[in-house]
Design a protein around this ligand. Structure first.
Ligand SMILES: Nc1ncnc2c1ncn2[C@@H]1O[C@H](COP(=O)(O)OP(=O)(O)OP(=O)(O)O)[C@@H](O)[C@H]1O
Length: 235
C-alpha cells in the first residue's frame, strides 16, 4: 500500500479516425498522493481532458497501468469500475452540467439514487449538509437557470460532494466565471482540499494553478512536472 491515490505508469491513449490514429497521451507517469491539490495546465488539444476522463474512469487507456486507491483498474469489470468511480470520484465541469429541468434538490438527489450505500431516509440531511457547505441552502428549490453562473457551479460542487468522494476532478472549474466568482470557487476548492480531499484541476488560468501545491504541464500528449522555480513562469 502507498499514499498514492492516483498512480499512472507509462499510460498511452490513441483515438482512431477515418484518416488514421491520433496518439493523444504518450507514456504518462503521474503520482498524486492523498490530500494533494494538483493543477494540470497546457494548450487546447494537448490531451488534458482525455487524461482527466481516464482518471475519472470514463475512458480506458490503451496501454500502461492506472491504480486508483491502490486498485489496478485494468483488472476490474464494468460494474466494479462504476462502483470505484461512485465511491472515490466527484466531478466538477466547466459548464456545470446541471440538469435544466430539475431543481437544486433534484439535481443533488440524482447521484444518491445510484449509491446503494445511502438510504433514502438519509437524503435530506446529506443534501442539507452539502448545500450548507456551498452556502446555498436558500436556493434548494430553484432551477439552474434561476441561478447565477457562480451559484450553478457551487451547486455542481455540492453534487460532486454528495456521495462523499475523496477525490475531486475539476475540468476548467472557473472557465465560465468572472474573476470574483472564480475566486469564490477556488476558495471553496481550497477549503475542501484542507479538509483532506484530493483535488485535481485542469485549467488555463494561472491564478487557479497558483492555488495548487504542484503543477504539471501537458504538451502534445506529454506530461511534465513543473518545478517550483518555474511554476510562475510556465502556468
Ligand atoms: N472521443 C474522441 N474521439 C476522437 N478524438 C478525440 C476524442 N476526445 C479527444 N480527442 C482528440 O484528442 C486530442 C486531445 O483532446 P483533449 O480534449 O484531451 O484536449 P484538451 O487539452 O483537454 O483541450 P481543451 O483545453 O481545448 O479542452 C484532440 O486532438 C481531440 O480531437
Amino acid at each position: 500500500m502507498t499514499d498514492a491515490v492516483i498512480q499512472l505508469n507509462n499510460l498511452n491513449k490513441s483515438f482512431n479516425h477515418s484518416s488514421g490514429s491520433n496518439h493523444v497521451l504518450k507514456d504518462i507517469n503521474l503520482k498524486v498522493n492523498s490530500g494533494e491539490m494538483v493543477a494540470i495546465v497546457g494548450q487546447s488539444g494537448s490531451g488534458k481532458s482525455t487524461l482527466l476522463s481516464i482518471l475519472g474512469l470514463l475512458e480506458l487507456a490503451d496501454k500502461g497501468s492506472y491504480e486508483l486507491c491502490n486498485q489496478n483498474t485494468r483488472e476490474l469489470s464494468e460494474f466494479q469500475l462504476s462502483q470505484l468511480r461512485n465511491q472515490h470520484i466527484g466531478w466538477v465541469f466547466q459548464n456545470f452540467n446541471l440538469i435544466a429541468d430539475m431543481t437544486v434538490v433534484e439535481n443533488l438527489t440524482a447521484p444518491l439514487r445510484f449509491n446503494k450505500k445511502v438510504k433514502p431516509s438519509e437524503y435530506s440531511q446529506l443534501i442539507h449538509d452539502v448545500l450548507s457547505k456551498v452556502d446555498l441552502t436558500d436556493k434548494k428549490d430553484f432551477f439552474p437557470d434561476e441561478l447565477s453562473g457562480g451559484q450553478q457551479q457551487r451547486v455542481a460542487i455540492a453534487r460532486a460532494l454528495i456521495c462523499k468522494p475523496d477525490i475531486l476532478l475539476c475540468d476548467e472549474p472557473t472557465g465560465n466565471l468572472d474573476s470574483e466568482n472564480s475566486q469564490k470557487i477556488m476558495d471553496l476548492l481550497c477549503e475542501l482540499n484542507k479538509e483532506g480531499r484530493t483535488v485535481l484541476i485542469i485549467t488555463h488560468d494561472e491564478r487557479v494553478a497558483l492555488c495548487c501545491q504542484r503543477a504539471y504541464k501537458m504538451s502534445d500528449g506529454i506530461l511534465c512536472a513543473v518545478h517550483n522555480q518555474e511554476f510562475k513562469r510556465v502556468v
